[in-house]
Ligand binder design. Structure first.
Ligand SMILES: *Cc1c(COP(=O)(O)O)cnc(C)c1O
Length: 393
């Protein structure tokens, strides 16, 4: 399929399958990395050990995953956390009381809640800004700003942020840039290549890909930041379980194949919706109708399965659509092999204050889809049928 995106360099799949997995690191020469459940490790003498002393501080199964994750972003370091928000918490904890943070205004609801309701209570100031407006990002940076946090595409409005340009603004102001890359994964976008300092993931989504693990990660190249974040990972206790690390590591083995099909299926559904009389507007970065389509082509290798659209009408029509879907399940989250649909206003983004939701355009007609790996004809038929039920209310 020709999509016009940047061409993916060779080697991604081999890294996903082999990076960090060398069988010779285990005495058993096990091809599949073992799950180390032990919480503690025998020491050679008091305080004398090679790699591991206690499993919060480090665990061999987690190390395998962290090495593989780092390789996929072409980076030096990876750190796995108990959840995407756990990883986000660690990054925000690099800041001190009195520091200031600039955040894209259209970020994951939980990120927004963490900033507004917890970090602000700890004395960390913030400014929300439309990150597609570069002048606004520049002028939001203050003398005490330490970090700029963006998602691209944003959630749930799918605005594409020019990461290269934002990183230039950050560099000029000596401010760190963190990018939440959950929606695209390193297969489609590698923010460190675009100038970001840290990449944050909810591994819960595409990276694990099977909707059965909650986990997060931070990927980066700076040794200093890595040491500070590793200290926070251990000191704050935001670590994942060895079994979950095993699961995510296994999920990564098929990431490239899954993402190609998510892309293909989501473009097909988006095109169908775009041509449907009961659809007001489709927001899909791979479609030429998307306002930042050219930026998407410039900075990414492709697009995933999640996108949004406005149905004609309001809550009644959205509800009828969502409740008449038969294959696509009405549920939060995204990035699994199965297709999901949701209403951000009352589900994923309900914790955002109403006046902000209104300003952004998160209303009862906005529906977010996570297109999975089912047969495309079945998905389109499902959407078509649910739309006709909503139309004929
Ligand atoms: C889900 C999600 C998160 C939070 O991750 P959890 O694993 O649920 O804690 C953060 N950012 C984005 C973009 C997400 O979709």
């Amino acid at each position: 399929m020709t999509t016009g995106f940047k061409k993916q360099p060779k080697g991604f799949a081999t890294k996903a399958i082999h990076a960090g997995q060398n069988p010779l690191q285990w005495s058993s020469k096990s091809i599949v990395p073992p799950i180390y459940l032990s919480t503690t490790y025998k020491q050679d003498g008091p305080g004398e050990y090679e790699s591991y002393d206690y499993s919060r501080s480090g665990n061999p199964t987690r190390t395998v995953l962290e090495k593989c994750l780092a390789a996929l972003d072409g980076a030096e370091y990876g750190l796995a956390f108990a959840s995407g928000l756990g990883a986000t918490t660690a990054i925000f904890s690099l800041l001190n009381a009195g520091d200031h943070l600039v955040v894209g205004d259209d970020v994951y609801g939980g990120t927004s809640r963490l900033i507004r309701q917890i970090m602000s209570r700890l004395g960390i100031e913030h400014t929300f800004v439309d990150a597609t407006d570069l002048a606004a990002v520049g002028s939001a940076i203050q003398a005490n700003t330490k970090l700029v946090w963006v998602e691209s595409p944003t959630n749930p409005l799918m605005k594409v942020v020019d990461i290269i340009k934002i990183s230039q603004i950050c560099n000029k102001n000596k401010v760190l840039l963190a990018v939440d890359n959950t929606f695209l994964t390193p297969y489609f976008q590698r923010p460190l290549e675009l100038g970001a300092d840290m990449v944050c993931y909810s591994l819960t989504k595409y990276m694990n890909g099977h909707s059965d693990v909650v986990m997060g990660a931070i990927i980066l190249n700076s040794e200093d930041l890595y040491n500070r974040l590793k200290f926070l990972q251990n000191s704050m206790g935001i670590v994942p379980s060895p079994f979950d690390c095993y699961q995510v590591n296994r999920g990564l083995k098929t990431l490239h194949i899954r993402m190609e099909l998510h892309q293909k299926n989501s473009i097909a559904v988006a095109k169908f919706l775009e041509g449907h009389p009961f659809v007001e507007k489709v927001m899909h970065p791979a479609l030429p109708s998307h306002p930042q389509h050219q930026i998407a082509l410039k900075q990414t290798y492709g697009y995933s399965g999640v996108f949004s659209f406005y149905i004609k009408g309001g809550l009644e029509q959205s509800k009828a659509f969502l409740q008449n879907l038969k294959i696509i399940a009405l549920a939060e989250s995204l990035g699994g092999y199965e297709s999901l649909a949701e209403l951000p206003e009352v589900m994923t983004h309900a914790s955002i204050p109403e006046e902000i939701r209104k300003k952004l355009g998160i209303n009862a007609a906005l529906i977010r889809l996570s297109i999975g790996l089912e047969d495309i004809d079945d998905l389109i038929q499902d959407v078509e049928n649910a739309l006709s039920k909503a139309m004929n209310l």
